[in-house]
Design a protein around this ligand. Structure first.
Ligand code: M6R
Length: 615
């Protein structure tokens, strides 16, 4: 939820940390703060609200220059987003500063203990207890890493902690349990962050941290141990994103940039996955072909937009492989005692790789003996690391809270997995697979064409800025697309939006249809599933007959919809199952423009965070 940065080196820690926080602001923006070690002491500043408030504070009251520091941008869990609850939190002597992401579940008990021992706590946060516990532990061992290990052994919950102590001015210590933290290693400097985006401007060399590990950063290197003090193996990797990829690149919002990047992202996700004969080679899928042949069920778990990708994957998996496939919200999954065994392939889809609900769902699945395949966009994140296999989407960093390019690449990855299952199980012939791959490789161009024709969609969105409700309808794979269109509008425009399976209209939702109500309808191709096409055309007529304003998304050449469309958005002709890759794009543009017209923050919508790392 929160963004954390730590630095030790020879640059100004404040500058490095503030630049890192800027890159991580998407993770939370309720308040922000920094602490720098300088002149034998600790200097800290923090402010409620966005990072810009902290920047102003630092101009008004500059901190001394130091080369060791930490910073935090917050998404509140315990305590209101005010100055007092902003991180870092310090001990009473002001010698220790700590920043935290996650939730410390036993903090109330720890706070009572500390208060009994005379500590004065000044915030409502769970984090502050850690600063006090660290100070106590440090006073007995005079070693911040050891103090961190001692404290972590007492904590329950999920947390990333990063701390500095004025008595160890050249050290930053971090710890993680079920919450993200990555280490960057440069020449004579080292970094800690919730996400590599915070330090890729300085180094691409990163180190993975495992669960329940403590890392000690010094200028000359990093040391990793378990919470129990045992040395841990240090696994390094190279970050293949560059700094420019995490910048806005001339667009007003990251979301606009990320929408525009979709043709490239789709193409990149296909890259290297097809051999010279046109067969699929998913090297990262470390579940053997014989194991995949044994699977008798697929269960997909995911949240939000990734869940919608999973819903679409179900159509492809069942159609191409004939294996039953269930799709479940990760947050619901483990609480209903799902039926899982070694013959169940669980697919966990997550852009960030850190979504706690999805992580918990996959852990539950593995405990039941199932194999878990992650579809993920973030190298080295927790979900792929805890899965049996991973297929990375190559969307590049997605910074805007509203997921766009990650969704399209998740779809591509799902199609690849479905085809791969069809390939190893022999339910799809090689030429059939090659035909779908050919279609997939043309999708980037089709998305490009959609993007070139979006001005009328933007104009329409602006004209609807004063509406209260928009409904979205779809059938077959168009139904999850409708859900995704509604989700985008809710999170960005703060409007009431709902997605329905068009067939359900007459079972209740039609009562919502009112004079001039905008209703977006995603129309399946008249080819292939022509029965569905005819049915949805009837739905459009029914809606229009009740006075609603119909916004119809239909493929080029579909003339049957023309008489009933108040606004017609054309999308290129694609095979039925692949249509979501093009049909979703106008809905992303629509939501983004509507949010802009309503004066909303596009990249950082209210109350949301990019990675939801708490349940
Ligand atoms: O990182 P993940 O893909 O696991 O995130 C899942 C959802 O939180 C995410 O898709 C969310 O719904 C997006 N903000 C929607 O645009």
């Amino acid at each position: 939820m929160c963004g954390i940065v730590g630095y030790v080196g020879s640059q100004s820690a404040l500058e490095v940390v503030m630049a890192g926080l800027k890159r991580l602001e998407y993770r939370g923006y309720d308040s922000a703060g920094v602490a720098v070690l300088a002149d034998g002491g600790m200097a800290a500043a923090k402010r409620a609200g966005k990072l810009v408030n902290l920047e102003k504070e630092l101009v008004d009251r500059p901190l001394p220059t130091g080369s060791t520091g930490i910073g935090h941008t917050r998404w509140a869990t315990h305590g209101a987003p005010n100055d007092a609850n902003a991180h870092p939190h310090l001990d009473n002597a002001g010698r220790v500063a700590v920043v935290h992401n996650g939730i410390i579940e036993n903090f109330a008990m720890l706070r009572d203990e500390l208060q009994e021992r005379g500590h004065e706590l000044s915030s409502e946060t769970d984090t502050e207890v850690v600063a006090h516990l660290l100070a106590e532990a440090f006073s007995s061992c005079a070693d911040l890493a050891e103090a961190m290990r001692l404290v972590c052994r007492r904590l329950e919950g999920a947390f990333t902690l990063v701390a500095v102590h004025a008595d160890e001015p050249d050290v930053v210590v971090g710890a993680r349990r079920n919450s993200p933290l990555v280490v960057g290693v440069g020449e004579g400097e080292a970094f800690l962050a919730s996400d590599v985006a915070a330090f890729i401007a300085h180094t691409r060399s990163a180190v993975e941290l495992g669960q329940d590990q403590v890392v000690e950063l010094r200028r000359d290197g990093v040391t990793v141990t378990g919470f129990d003090g045992r040395p841990a193996e240090v696994r390094s990797y190279n970050v293949d994103w560059d700094a420019a990829a995490a910048e806005k690149g001339g667009y007003d919002y990251f979301m606009l940039k990320e929408i525009a990047e979709q043709p490239r992202a789709v193409a990149d996700t296909l890259l290297g996955r097809i051999d010279a004969n046109g067969s699929l080679t998913l090297d990262e899928v470390r579940i053997s072909a014989s194991e995949l042949r044994e699977m008798d069920k697929v269960v997909i778990v995911a949240c939000g937009t990734a869940f919608h990708a999973g819903m679409i994957a179900k159509y492809a998996i069942e159609h191409w492989t004939r294996i039953p496939c269930e799709v479940e919200l990760a947050s619901e999954f483990r609480y209903r005692d799902p039926i899982l065994d070694a013959q169940t392939l669980v697919i966990a889809i997550s852009q960030s790789g850190e979504t706690m609900d999805t992580l918990m769902a996959l852990r539950h699945a593995r405990e039941q003996g199932s194999n878990v395949l992650a579809i993920c966009n973030t190298n080295g994140s927790t979900i792929p690391r805890e899965s049996d296999a991973v297929l990375y989407t190559h969307a590049g960093p997605e910074v805007a809270v509203a997921s766009t390019k990650a969704f399209l690449t998740q779809l591509v990855a799902c199609y690849l997995v479905a085809l791969y299952l069809g390939q190893v199980r022999g339910t799809k012939w090689g030429d059939e697979i090659r035909a779908v791959i050919r279609d997939l490789s043309q999708i980037g161009g089709a998305v490009e064409r959609v993007l070139e024709t979006m001005e009328p969609v933007r104009e329409l969105a602006r004209s609807l800025a004063d509406k209260n409700t928009v409904l979205f309808l779809g059938r077959h794979v168009g139904y999850p697309v409708a859900l995704e269109g509604a989700l985008k509008l809710k999170e960005l425009a703060y409007m009431h939006a709902e997605g329905f399976a068009a067939g359900e209209l007459k079972h209740g939702p039609i009562a919502l249809i009112d004079e001039d109500l905008p209703v977006v309808v995603v129309v399946p191709s008249p080819r292939g599933r022509s029965v569905l096409h005819d049915k949805i055309v009837s739905n459009i007529q029914e809606i229009r007959a009740r006075g609603a304003r119909t916004i119809v998304i239909a493929e080029e050449g579909d003339e049957a919809v023309v008489p009933y469309a108040d606004h017609l958005v054309r999308i290129p002709v694609t095979p039925t199952l692949l249509q979501p890759l093009v049909a979703t794009v106008p809905l992303q543009v629509f939501a983004c423009e509507l949010a802009t017209a309503r004066g909303n923050e596009v990249d950082q919508p209210r109350n949301l965070a990019k990675s939801v790392t708490v349940e």
